[in-house]
Design a protein around this ligand. Structure first.
Ligand code: G6Q
Length: 535
């Protein structure tokens, strides 16, 4: 049965027709609304009262979640069942941060001993780099780490490195090279001494063209400076599941950190893919981050649907997307350190839930994953918030803020927080034409200065941005994506949609480097000839 044929879905359709109340009215009619519409877990407090929902909306959404067996699906994921059906793989990123003592079995084998062994080796490696006991080919300690990876092997480490920079060792610079554009690599190494630089080549498959191309250029750059093949072993380590390819590249597998096919790229931050982050912040802080993830995992796994934070945020988001017509969601962290958080979940969400067939391969008849975007506050306020307040699109927003700043500086933090709260308030409650008029605004400007309000948002607050908080926050969004995927009956853990472009690029590359050897379409031919002409 298609999701839209479920009576629980129909009940929500009917409810949409009656639930026309505006946020102003919803708050006026219920003085306990804010008190009733919040949840806390793993150090995060979430106010979801500024959504166009009532208690009944939530109940109907929870009924839908139950009808889609969300609890059984969650149990299956945590138990290592092969829920990634198109690739026949378990989905066990939760095992990477599991702090308990029960075994987690995949293909009749407990995965935890290996998980913990890799973490221990990562810890030793990080200690050695940070203490200077790992030296480069010329005997100098390593001062620069460059992570070469893309997609899931880049965005997570970048996000977490930026988020936890406050906790990092500033005597080591950490950079990330992902783009196949040679500019990315060239600019990253521009002022670096090869003798002090170590490359972490992070690639699950060790076949990704961007990463292999950048890694080859890194090798050539290093050898141009150090002029001895044996230097590679002191300046390259690999994070991968592919021993053979790592050896082929010339990296000693003793310097390889493994992970497993049950770790999806965009869910791999807690695996060895996080090695650059561990080097930057040290093993204890990395462990604290894992504990934060685990705290949210445990909440998600055990809390009843009504009190479950990832489930609640997933359901409210689903309401906005499937019933109120939203097509995107903005993630707006009011913390400069979270400047890559929205970009991280742009991949996390869009690659997971940007699907249009069900698990059985049937076309869906409802909207699935939204466009995810966002920038840290307050920058966005001077850029795109105009559209949020007065545009024609409905864009639900998540605001994220902290009670205590990591960098105390005059009144900056109070001003930052005031802006966060002011934006959620302005979006929800707006400003009526009458109020504008009462301020003496000329009649021809009244419409321009009116804010209709009624824009939904969640506000997520924590005490301070710590490794634990980041872990909990990240797991919250991961599980939100999972819940929506289950309800939409799609496979959130494959990404076939990225394949076609890769194949076509290989063919076009041939044409670019060897004209006349392939058949292209008219438009591509014209663009190729224009590019040749302009070269
Ligand atoms: C993420 C995707 C994708 C992947 C990259 C890099 O879930 O699978 O973003 O992480 O394509 O792949 P490799 O790690 O294999 O280089």
């Amino acid at each position: 049965m298609q999701l839209t044929d479920y009576p629980e879905w129909q009940a929500l359709v009917d409810h949409t027709q009656v639930a026309t109340d505006n946020l102003v009215t919803l708050f006026e009619n219920d003085s306990n609304r804010a008190q009733d519409m919040n949840l806390q877990a793993a150090g995060l407090f979430v106010d979801y009262s500024k959504n166009r929902i009532t208690a009944e909306t939530l109940t109907l959404l929870q009924d839908l979640a139950r009808a889609r067996n969300i609890e059984a699906a969650t149990t299956a994921m945590f138990a290592g069942e092969k829920i990634n059906t198109t690739e026949n793989r378990a989905v066990l990123h939760t095992a990477l941060r599991y702090q308990g003592s029960e075994p987690i079995v995949v293909d009749e084998q407990d995965v935890l001993p290996e998980v913990r062994d890799v973490l221990r080796r990562m810890g030793e490696f990080s200690d050695n780099i940070r203490s200077g006991s790992w030296t480069g080919y010329t005997g100098k300690p390593i001062k620069n780490i460059i992570n070469i990876g893309i997609g899931g092997s880049d965005l997570g480490p970048v996000m977490a490195y930026e988020a936890l920079k406050h906790y990092s060792d500033r005597s080591i610079s950490v950079k990330f090279v992902s783009n196949i554009d040679g500019t990315h690599f060239t600019e990253a190494v521009r002022e670096l001494d090869a003798a002090e630089t170590l490359f972490i080549v992070a690639s699950k498959t060790f076949t990704t063209d961007e990463t292999m191309t950048n890694a080859s250029s890194a090798r050539a750059w290093l050898l141009a400076a150090l002029r001895d093949e044996s230097a590679v072993a002191k300046h390259f380590v690999a994070v991968s599941t592919n021993n053979e390819k790592v050896s082929e590249f010339g990296i000693d597998t003793a310097n390889m950190f493994g992970f497993w096919d049950w770790v999806g790229g965009r869910y791999s931050l807690c695996s060895a893919i996080g090695l650059s982050v561990m080097v930057a912040i040290g093993r204890d802080n990395f462990q604290a981050m894992l504990e934060g993830f685990y705290a949210m995992d445990e909440h998600f796994r055990t809390a009843p649907i009504e009190e479950n934070l990832p489930v609640t945020l997933a359901l409210i988001s689903l309401w906005n997307l499937n019933f109120l017509g939203a097509q995107s969601e903005a993630i707006l962290p009011y913390d400069q350190y979270l400047n890559r958080f929205a970009a991280y979940f742009q991949q996390g969400n869009m690659e997971s839930n940007g699907k249009s067939v069900t698990k059985a391969g049937e076309p869906v008849s409802y909207q699935t994953g939204p466009v995810i975007w966002g920038e840290p506050g307050t920058n966005g306020q001077h850029a795109f918030y105009q559209l949020l307040h007065q545009g024609t699109l409905l864009v639900p927003c998540d605001f994220i803020g902290f009670a205590k700043p990591l960098n105390e500086l005059g009144q900056h933090h109070s001003k930052l927080t005031a802006n966060l709260l002011a934006q959620t308030k302005a979006l929800a409650f707006g400003k009526t034409a009458d109020t504008v008029r009462s301020e003496g605004v000329a009649e021809d400007l009244v419409a321009h200065k009116t804010f209709v309000g009624n824009h939904p948002s969640n506000t997520i607050i924590a005490k301070q941005l710590t490794p634990q908080t980041l872990g909990a926050l990240t797991a919250l969004y991961e599980h939100k994506i999972f819940v929506q995927g289950v309800i939409w009956d799609i496979n959130s853990f494959d990404q076939w949609g990225v394949e076609l472009g890769k194949v076509l690029a290989t063919d076009i590359f041939k044409e670019l480097t060897n004209p006349g050897t392939t058949q292209q379409d008219q438009s591509t031919n014209l663009l190729l000839s224009k590019l040749r002409e302009l070269k």
